[in-house]
Design a protein. Structure first.
Length: 242
């Protein structure tokens, strides 16, 4: 488990604004980081080493994890992982973070993703950088922040793997994926992503972060964009999957 150094000012701030568990809301002791209670940290089921697309076991080959089932049917990523099922306290915490202004949760989600990434064996020695699925610009303005950029910043801090912004851009606004049926999602985002600088991507091993993996339509399209630009390896890692 990653150890987080807590600044002395944090303890003082926590005396006036006591931290609450990001998942269940229970009050935590001043200086608790990440703000996740013992019960949630140990009782929320984890789906480690499972491909979020097919549910199959992951295998280690040539120093990298691969889901052979997804590779054999032409998925555009090399591997895909998710930490939690998208339900109960996990679902509620992600929704509060994205839509109710609980932005402090970015640090806690970043911690969980970082710990997961390091346990998978990834580091700056085998991953050139981390990036994330770009937000729809209209929804980002409405929300007031880029939720994945905030999370990715903490992942870079905790893993020491560089984070690069704006590697992939979304060129036009589309209806929210959550409002569409499964068969409509892939069509909704075809061709809407592009890369800014191919030289930044060619022959690179990249971790692609997102919050939720549902049908995989968005992450597959972004991964396809990276692969077409010459990425050597793309691993999708999300907080949760449905």
């Amino acid at each position: 488990m990653i150890k987080i150094k807590v600044h002395p000012w944090t303890y003082l701030t926590d005396l006036f604004f006591p931290p609450k568990c990001v998942f269940c809301g229970k009050l935590q002791s001043p200086g608790t980081r990440p703000v996740i209670c013992y019960e949630c940290l140990n009782n929320i089921p984890e789906d480690s080493l499972k491909c979020v697309k097919c549910g199959g076991n992951m295998h280690l080959s040539d120093g990298r994890f691969h889901c052979y089932t997804c590779k054999s049917v032409g998925r555009q990523y090399d591997a895909a992982f998710s930490i939690f099922p998208y339900k109960d306290n996990v679902r509620d915490a992600i929704l509060r973070f994205k839509f109710s202004g609980e932005t402090a949760a970015a640090a806690d989600f970043g911690f969980l993703l970082s710990d997961f990434i390091l346990r998978l064996g990834f580091s700056k020695s085998n991953i050139q950088y981390i990036t994330y699925v770009p937000s729809d610009k209209q929804r980002e303005r409405s929300r007031g922040f880029n939720h994945m950029k905030q999370i990715a910043g903490y992942v870079g801090k905790y893993t020491k793997i560089p984070v690069k912004d704006h590697v992939v851009e979304k060129n036009k606004s589309t209806p929210a994926q959550s409002t569409l049926k499964a068969q409509e999602r892939a069509k909704n985002i075809v061709g809407v992503f592009s890369v800014n600088e191919r030289a930044l991507i060619k022959n690179k091993c990249i971790i692609l972060l997102d919050d939720i993996f549902t049908t995989g339509a968005t992450t597959i399209e972004v991964a396809k964009t990276l692969k077409r630009a010459g990425a050597k390896y793309v691993c999708v890692i999300t907080l949760a999957h449905t």
